[in-house]
Design a protein around this ligand. Structure first.
Ligand SMILES: Cc1cc2nc3c(=O)[nH]c(=O)nc-3n(C[C@H](O)[C@H](O)[C@H](O)COP(=O)(O)OP(=O)(O)OC[C@H]3O[C@@H](n4cnc5c(N)ncnc54)[C@H](O)[C@@H]3O)c2cc1C
Length: 413
């Protein structure tokens, strides 16, 4: 068999593609993982700075009590930290946001979520319509949703938000979620630095055109971020307008993390949090001393993050610095320095952080995931109806696609 000839080619070596390729490889299929970057993991990406493994993409094993990456991390002997996240079960630090005001905000946020649950039984609409006019907490409700979804409330489908399912058990590993996911792909047959341009499905066998030449295969799994399908960076011949439409209904929102070093960090409790502001959507969430480290992890989302990306990495630090000085005073400037950031919107192989559904488009997740002719299969976080935007959702879609490949009758040569 020629070395460009496979039973299955998996496009995209992120959480979904790795899960799919691992399953197929272990089932004895001759399979190849095609990945544009020089590394596996995609939006799962751990980088070491100042001696700490920092997750610039996914960090939390959400729904950890049913998350398949947990067992994989255990097999890899990772060190789990089960401290609840700073957004759950305890108030933020009271700087600039007294506990009594925080309670008012939590009540307003819970009331918003209750309206969302009720509105999910009605025709779909933008989540912004669920805000109470002139409620003083609307800005911060918008900020929270921009961290969760990467989008602004007027862009988000109420049905899709309500479809999201989580058990609220959230864990981390000290060595990094990104490192864990990439390690699960180690030793799989993979072509790195290989950009897929076209899937030609006119003939009995599929032809995958890439920057490193063409591969021939019986079946393929496409596990790329939606932006690449929506704007036809990856083309299908013949075209698949249903897939383009589905992907366009599920654009990638933006959330970026900035890590800042913090001197004299012991002044603050580990894994605590402050908000930059509590009166507007354009604000950051500041996770102080993650894992007890002398750092602040700044989370910025939605149109605020897109806007900051226009100014580059420096714009994020300037923004965070100005919010932190607003809370802690000008002398705080001496204690912080930028450490690491990854701009996911500018990243040409991601072009955003995680998918959201536009109003009326919640059903596009299932449409995107549906196989074509029993030989073209689709995976990736955006294909998950209930666990979208997560690494475990991506994993599940990869395994489903691999099982579909295994169940499909192999096309006759
Ligand atoms: C800042 C941030 C924080 C996050 N936090 C969390 C969290 O705490 N918990 C959580 O569960 N999730 C989180 N996520 C989301 C999670 O990282 C993603 O949902 C998940 O990693 C997506 O996996 P995927 O396989 O669907 O896509 P990707 O990881 O994007 O994989 C797709 C792959 O395709 C490759 N590719 C693109 N174009 C081509 C091409 N033409 N040819 C070949 N290859 C190509 C890409 O390089 C990439 O490796 C976060 C994401 C970000 C950015």
């Amino acid at each position: 068999m020629a070395d460009n000839d496979y039973e299955v080619v998996v496009l995209g070596g992120g959480a979904a593609g790795i899960a799919a390729a691992r399953r197929l490889h272990d089932a004895g299929r001759r399979c190849l993982l095609v990945e544009a970057r020089g590394r596996l993991g995609g939006r799962a990406f751990t980088e070491t700075h100042a001696g700490y493994a920092l997750d610039l993409g996914c960090g939390w094993f959400h729904s950890a009590d049913r998350n398949p990456w947990v067992a994989i991390a255990e097999r890899q002997r990772r060190s789990f930290d089960k401290t609840p996240p700073p957004w759950a079960q305890r108030p933020s630090l009271p700087y600039g946001f007294p506990i009594e005001r925080q309670r008012e905000f939590i009540d307003a946020l819970n009331a918003f979520f209750a309206r969302q649950a009720a509105a999910a039984k009605e025709p779909d609409r933008p989540a912004s319509e669920l805000l109470e006019p002139s409620n003083r907490w609307n800005g911060l409700i918008g900020a929270i949703n921009s961290y969760i979804s990467g989008g602004d409330l007027d862009q988000l489908s109420v049905h899709d938000l309500e479809n999201y399912d989580a058990t609220n058990v959230n864990w981390r590993v000290v060595e990094g979620y990104g490192a864990t996911i990439a390690a699960h792909g180690a030793n799989l047959p993979a072509e790195l630095g290989c950009i897929a341009h076209r899937v030609d499905h006119r003939d009995k066998r599929l032809k995958i055109e890439t920057s490193k030449g063409a591969f021939v295969t019986d079946q393929a799994i496409v596990a790329l971020p939606t932006a690449h399908i929506a704007d036809e960076t990856l083309k299908f011949t013949p075209a698949l307008p249903g897939k383009i439409e589905a992907a366009a209904g599920l654009p990638l929102g933006l959330a970026d993390k900035l890590f800042v070093s913090l001197d004299d960090a012991d002044e603050f409790p580990s894994d605590s949090r402050v908000f930059g502001r509590n009166d507007r959507a354009e604000t950051g969430a500041y996770h102080v001393r993650p894992f007890g480290r002398p750092l602040i992890e700044v989370y910025l989302g939605g149109s605020n993050a897109w806007h900051l990306e226009e100014g580059g990495e420096r714009a994020f630090f300037d923004f965070a610095r100005s919010e932190l000085l607003g809370i802690f005073g000008n002398r705080f400037a001496k204690r912080i320095r930028p450490l690491a950031i990854h701009l996911w919107g500018r990243d040409q192989f991601a072009r955003g952080s995680y998918s959201y559904a536009r109003p009326g488009k919640a059903g596009e997740r299932a449409r995107l995931a549906a196989p074509v002719d029993n030989r073209l299969f689709f995976a990736g976080e955006a294909c998950s109806t209930h666990d979208y935007s997560t690494a475990h959702g991506a994993y599940a879609t990869g395994v489903i696609a691999a099982d579909e490949v295994l169940a499909a009758r192999k096309p006759r040569p």
